[in-house]
Design a protein around this ligand. Sequence first.
Ligand code: HEC
Ligand code: HEC
Ligand code: HEC
Ligand code: HEC
Length: 568
Amino acid sequence: MNRPNDELNPTSIPASASSAPQARRSWAFQLAALGLTLVSALTGLGLAYLLKSPASQAKKAEDEGNGILARLFPNWGKPDFVVLLSAQQDGYMLPCGCSRPQVGGLERRYNFLQQLKTEKGWPVVAVDLGDVMQKRAPANLPNVQGLIKYRYSMMALKEMGYWAVGIGETEAGALARIEGEWAANSSQPAVLLANLKNAENFPFLQATQTQTVPGTNLKVGVTNLIGPTVAGHIKDPAVKFTSSVDCLNEQLKKMRAENVDLPLLLYHGLATGRQEAIRCAQAFPDFPIILALTEEDEPPAHPISVDHPQSGTRNYVFRLGQKGKYVGVLGVYRNGPNFNFKYQLVKMGEEYETPLDQKANQPIVRLYEDYTRELKNKNYLKEYNQAMHVLQAMNPVPGLRNPGDGMPHYIGTEACKKCHEFAYEVWKASKHSHAYQTLVEAKYPSLRQYDGECIVCHTVGFGYRTGFANDKDTPKLKDVGCESCHGPGSLHAKNPENQEWRERMNLPWLAARKSGNEQAKNAAIEKFCVGCHDIDNDVNWVHKQGKDPFLEKWIKGKIIHNNPPDKE
Ligand code: HEC
Ligand code: HEC
Ligand code: HEC
Ligand code: HEC
């Protein structure tokens, strides 16, 4: 922990090749763009964004302390202010996952921000790109909790003093619901979207937010744009977008009229792949700082820089990975008529976790508790429809299940015990047998046994017909039981001699098993395990050289329960 990480070394963004300082506040926003290629003919830009290390760096600041922050920001001196950048949280309010090390989460972000404010005393302007809302629920569940998580996330961002949060693809597809869930009741942080047609239908949206940074006389402006590719993904016919180029020119004009010193652009286009965000940077040198989308989990330590030889300026395109695992800190230093910048990418690791004795009073932890209590009180578990399990959808076995017999249902692990003593003992000794209790005992937040996004992997058959519903109606279906892997077993238990049903009890890996190829069978079983032991919830299930996580877990982890040879 707290170990300086090479990749995360503080970055003094390299100086621009040639730079032409010009008078402040004399921008000429004369951008002419040619369609989507966004080529600009720029003349007479006012502010030049020089990217040299600030003069103050020369004399090493004595006030840097020796905590984590001193190691993160050595030689930063005192910036006039910093911009905290975050993006693409995708519903991950807590650090994602069930196994350590966990990265991300709003609680840690809050603690980090507090440290910047109190330990460093730096004024902070916090902005989020958007896609705060969950795109998909875990483990193929329907996205029942997406909206409520959005509300609590926005409450957390408010608690952190965020200035502005962009609307991204997920939110743009749900504007009316967002308005009802959150925006109608709160004006802070500002919710930004500049290029929506018929924006008047959604009065909570703002095109641009401008504000003077407290403790300085510098004004920051933020705007947010959904680029053409992302716009194309939004299927709601009521949500249409205006021309990006016209829109950005207009926002820049507004910012100039309001004497904005530093304009920030949140841009929903990829800075990789089709490079839409880069083309935007090329066309709009007046936005020195652009935060764009990315598809990678782990973001790069440095932004992409785009030079503008004509004006001798340069702008930067930042990206922050997914799931809110990282934040970016941009140090802003006034240098005569120009700005200098420094940048540090910060991984939200365990060093920012709240100490245990302070957990109960941590504001974001309290929000987490409110969230799980609301899930319980409003009985969110009931909101999940029960789908057909593949065994329930399969054709009836002749002679075993006649139409009208009903489909196979879940009967619970104890019902398998009497005929499968050995498998039962193995299972009982494994962690699978108290997976539900783990949720009951969970703290900060508690009440996880009422959260569908947890119980889906910690119970039997949640989300399927006759599967786990709640602790009162289905007490036998707690934990990761036999039927979590083998499927609903009522017909097999009633008719154990029926060969076809017996086989079906091994359906997910049956074909590979029949092939007689041990490796193929293991691969098929592993594929099934990682449906729950996925990258979020078991970060240790990774193939490293010389290590097979499946065999580690299946055999060494004592999950394997094939009948011992003497019983065969
Ligand atoms: C009434 C007794 C009985 C009950 C109850 C019972 N089984 Fe079985 N099961 C058998 C018999 C007998 C076999 C065949 C011999 C063997 O493989 O042990 C079998 C076989 C199996 C097989 C291996 C199938 C194959 O072809 O390799 C699985 C998997 C299985 N049972 C799962 C379960 C599960 C899960 C439950 C509880 C939902 C359960 N059984 C309940 C009697 C039962
Ligand atoms: C339905 C979801 C689910 C499936 C499928 C599943 N697991 Fe698990 N597994 C869990 C949960 C949840 C825990 C943690 C239980 C606890 O401690 O509360 C766990 C814990 C474990 C553990 C102990 C902790 C560890 O990681 O060392 C092992 C070993 C394990 N599982 C192996 C497997 C193997 C092998 C498979 C596939 C044959 C598998 N699991 C399939 C949900 C699942
Ligand atoms: C996609 C499946 C999945 C979901 C969803 C899931 N879990 Fe887990 N959980 C697992 C697996 C698999 C493990 C075992 C991981 C390991 O040991 O490495 C586990 C382990 C845990 C553990 C650690 C148990 C121990 O003994 O260390 C806790 C606590 C836990 N989960 C809580 C939760 C909570 C709270 C949620 C909901 C926010 C949740 N889980 C959602 C699959 C899941
Ligand atoms: C984590 C997933 C998982 C759980 C939980 C689980 N099983 Fe299995 N079980 C498997 C897999 C995978 C196989 C296939 C192994 C093979 O073919 O080598 C299997 C095989 C079996 C077999 C066939 C054994 C043999 O010798 O061929 C039986 C019987 C069985 N399980 C019963 C049960 C019972 C009863 C329970 C609950 C007490 C249970 N299983 C819990 C995954 C699971």
